[in-house]
Ligand binder design. Structure first.
Ligand code: GLC
Length: 538
């Protein structure tokens, strides 16, 4: 079965770069676009196809770039538009595609749109944000909450009204019911597509629309503690009116039309009570998003059962949509710690990566996970993330996964000649990229081999997936593709040795895959702690 070339992204691997923490080339302690350009050879050598760059647009950086003050310019901290053009040119010359991060749901309070909108009740941008009168007792218009804690409404003294913010008070929510807002977002998307970007990650894609009638959210029947800490009351509501509104579907069709003009691809970040349902809906039909990921594999639950349930549930609901499975990013503790607690991080990093690359769906890797970096311990005095400051110490925020990459074992891990905006973790410096480079068994060299090998296995990129019953902590599944031998994938996500008896009547032969420990004797596979085994079935 050959796949239309327009579906190349289903076989691709996405690699996320968090620009503040990749490489600093001007000594200000913050990574920059030139730093990414400098490392494109490393990225190409890793073998990934698409680089998703977290926001580098003009911003007061209250949420580190996810609060945009100008959608069509680069923040001077990160460089210039010329630097971005050079980055794109170099990326394309080494065969890597570039995906930007579009934060459409909200912008910065410093964006000229909001400055104008809040100046009066009757200016041309008056209706560009979600404004509402107080209740007769002065309280906010409804019970909506912010993901980052507290009410989703902030009082504005001049308009004598509340404005809505799903995240920080400095991130006012744009009113997508206003057609001019939709148009402005599509125009900014075109601006970057014309500059040659190959795709877009849509931040907080379920948050674009709110219920116009501002109805109260009902109480959650099951409290969501998977995507927000249980110290956060956000999980106590069913989020049916403040996000996930039906009007988003036609808007996503408009986004797709623009993307199609440029042959560009999209991936949406789906935060929802039932995220798999929205991943399925938003990627169905080939006329909305290409791919979507949720927080379902970004939680603390590392059991094989949990992973299996997510992938199977998605498969059951998806029809013709497409998932991206993400096990780490800039919003959650690093996977080598979150799931790998108490295990050897190098070994766990490898098995987690091998598992992610073997699931059905486009893998999205997070910078540093190819090096099996663990969560860094950032002391309270150095914490930068406002989310962490609010919920400390029950939830320490997102800085521990955002510390700069250690490229060398020199000062500051070679990340900067200045003072890094977050400390470079000493344990990362000891396991720096340059150190791993010379060690054939390092997570980095394993990642390179595993990625290269996956390309030779159409079962893993295009095949169907079917799970096998296995005792915890073994995740067992089969990837099948017409005309190819099926591949059995076994991963021991635990810290002790286990065995797995191969299904009867099917022989199996270990594939010359890139070095996961695991072996078969007489139909019984031995999987050491954090081991894996990939074999052909007869
Ligand atoms: C997304 C981003 C996160 C950001 C939030 C608000 O969840 O991944 O980093 O804080 O949106 O823009």
């Amino acid at each position: 079965m050959t796949r239309p070339s327009s579906l190349w992204w289903q076989e691709a691997i996405i690699y996320q770069v968090y620009p503040r923490s990749y490489l600093d080339t001007n000594g200000d302690g913050v990574g920059d676009l030139n730093g990414i350009t400098d490392r494109l050879d490393y990225i190409a050598q890793l073998g990934v196809d698409i680089v998703w760059i977290s926001p580098f647009f003009k911003s007061p950086m209250k949420d580190f770039g996810y609060d945009i003050a100008d959608y069509c310019d680069v923040d001077p901290m990160f460089g210039t538009l010329d630097d971005f053009d050079r980055l794109i040119a170099k990326a394309h010359s080494v065969g890597v595609k570039i995906m930007i991060d579009q934060v459409m749901s909200h912008c910065s309070e410093r964006h000229p749109w909001f400055v104008e909108s809040r100046s009066s009740r009757d200016n041309p941008k008056a209706d560009w944000f979600v404004w509402a009168d107080p209740k007769p007792d002065g309280n906010p218009p409804n019970n909506w909450l912010s993901v980052f804690g507290g009410s989703a409404w902030q009082w504005d003294a001049r308009r004598k009204q509340y404005y809505m913010h799903n995240f920080l008070t400095s991130q006012p929510d744009l009113n997508f019911h206003n057609p001019e807002v939709q148009q402005a977002m599509l125009d900014s998307l075109r601006f970057w597509l014309r500059r040659g970007v190959d795709g877009v990650r849509l931040d907080a894609v379920t948050f674009h629309f709110h219920d116009k009638a501002l109805r109260d959210n009902p109480v959650a029947t099951v409290r969501d503690t998977s995507t927000v800490t249980d110290a956060n009351p956000y999980g106590m509501q069913a989020h049916v009116y403040d996000k996930c509104r039906p009007e988003n579907v036609p808007f996503l069709r408009r986004v797709r039309e623009v993307l199609d003009e440029f042959n560009a691809v999209s991936i949406g970040e789906v935060g929802a009570d039932d995220a798999l349902a929205f991943m399925a809906e938003y990627t169905a039909g080939g006329d909305k998003l290409h791919m979507a990921y949720s927080f379902n594999l970004l939680t603390e639950d590392s059991s094989a059962r949990h992973i299996r349930t997510q992938v199977e549930d998605f498969k059951r609901r998806v029809k013709d949509g497409w998932a991206s499975w993400s096990v780490g990013n800039h919003d959650v503790p690093r996977v080598a710690t979150r799931w790998g607690k108490g295990k050897d991080p190098r070994a766990f990093g490898k098995v987690a990566l091998a598992m992610q690359l073997s699931l059905k769906g486009t893998p999205t890797l997070y910078q540093g996970d190819e090096l099996a970096f663990t969560e860094a311990d950032v002391p309270y005095e150095l914490i930068q993330d406002p989310y962490g400051i609010t919920f400390w110490p029950e939830f320490k925020g997102r800085d521990g996964c955002r510390t700069p990459i250690a490229w060398t074992d020199g000062p500051n891990g070679g990340f900067t000649t200045g003072t890094p905006w977050l400390p470079v973790a000493p344990e990362h410096i000891a396991a720096a990229a340059s150190v791993q480079e010379t060690d054939v068994d390092s997570p980095l060299n394993f990642a390179r081999r595993m990625i290269a090998w996956r390309r030779t296995m159409p079962q893993l990129t295009r095949g169907d997936i079917e799970f096998l019953d296995a005792p915890e902590p073994v995740l067992a599944f089969r990837r099948t593709l017409a005309g190819e031998r099926s591949v059995l994938c076994l991963f021991n996500l635990g810290g002790s040795d286990v065995t797995f008896t191969l299904p009867q009547a099917r022989g199996a032969a270990k594939l010359p895959q890139p070095g996961l420990p695991g072996d078969v004797v007489d139909g019984v596979v031995t999987l050491p702690a954090c081991g894996g085994w990939l074999g052909y079935e007869a």
